[in-house]
Design a protein around this ligand. Sequence first.
Ligand SMILES: Cc1cc2nc3c(=O)[nH]c(=O)nc-3n(C[C@H](O)[C@H](O)[C@H](O)COP(=O)(O)OP(=O)(O)OC[C@H]3O[C@@H](n4cnc5c(N)ncnc54)[C@H](O)[C@@H]3O)c2cc1C
Length: 304
Amino acid sequence: MLIYKSGLENAVNSANIKQVAPFTFAKNTTYGLGGNALKAYYPRTPWQAKQVYDNLKSCGTRFEIVGCGSNLLVSDSGMEGEVISTRDLRGIIRLSADKLLCLAGTRISELLAYCKNHSLGGLEYLYGIPATVGGAAYMNAGVSGFAIGDNIVDVCVYDGKIAHFSHEMCKFGYRRSTMRDINALILSIIVKVDECSLQDIDDRISYFKNRRSHLPKGKSCGCVFKNPEGYCAGKLIDFAGLKGYKVGGARVSDIHADFILNEGATANDVKTLINLVKSRVFEKFGIVLEEEVVYIGEFNDFNS
Ligand SMILES: Cc1cc2nc3c(=O)[nH]c(=O)nc-3n(C[C@H](O)[C@H](O)[C@H](O)COP(=O)(O)OP(=O)(O)OC[C@H]3O[C@@H](n4cnc5c(N)ncnc54)[C@H](O)[C@@H]3O)c2cc1C
């Protein structure tokens, strides 16, 4: 078994896969917070990603998959384990008139630029989401009734073997997907697009850009909480009197109360404020807010 392990390690080293140690979450998340992981691997091809995955699994090493880190709150002590970063796993291939294959680390912004250059529409609602397509598929990211799952026709995942999930198999829901349930590594996705005039694309981008122009600026993970059925999380937080509420350097935005901003915070400040918001909203409305943000590492929840 040891021989097998070192064989895989050698394979990862000889495959010339970029490795960085330690991996600093504070520099690799939009929150700009959190401690370190021991090491990160940056595969550039699906084959390299499989090598890294197999190596970590066979060594029994705990690991997390990180895209743009735009939906992560990582504890101040970081995590014990390593990271597969999909940042370099990028590329777009046009499979047919209306289908694009995107490697998991392709940025949403790159995908939209490609679409515009090729007069392809249908994904404009994703404008401004600072994500990789893999992270977006995993979370089923979207806005105002649209989500990337609507356009996804296939997801290629790896969990020791390659599998292809059709749209139906992905079971997309509000910020959920089969890929999230099984925690597999997404290697690529295929999205459906429409041939479209540049004018229509520009008009739709302007519409979504304008909607986003009102969102708070600063370091955040976007919305911290999902909207409970029939309610808007931001409004509940606002009506609970928490707009502008601070814990250390973490503050509930005055503009959109579902955003918690890092203004010199620790991850623990943000987590403490999240817990406080949840309990105040529950006390006032009897509604349990559920986090959209994904936690990595251990948090001390007793001081909330
Ligand atoms: C300013 C701002 C605005 C935002 N606006 C929106 C919005 O309008 N709508 C919305 O839905 N979200 C929004 N978000 C949140 C965030 O961008 C999305 O959740 C996005 O899908 C996360 O993608 P990521 O690549 O950054 O993933 P990460 O944050 O790096 O990871 C998120 C989760 O996905 C998993 N993951 C990532 N890549 C893979 C992969 N290849 N295989 C398997 N698992 C993977 C990670 O393990 C983690 O559990 C916003 C965030 C910010 C900071």
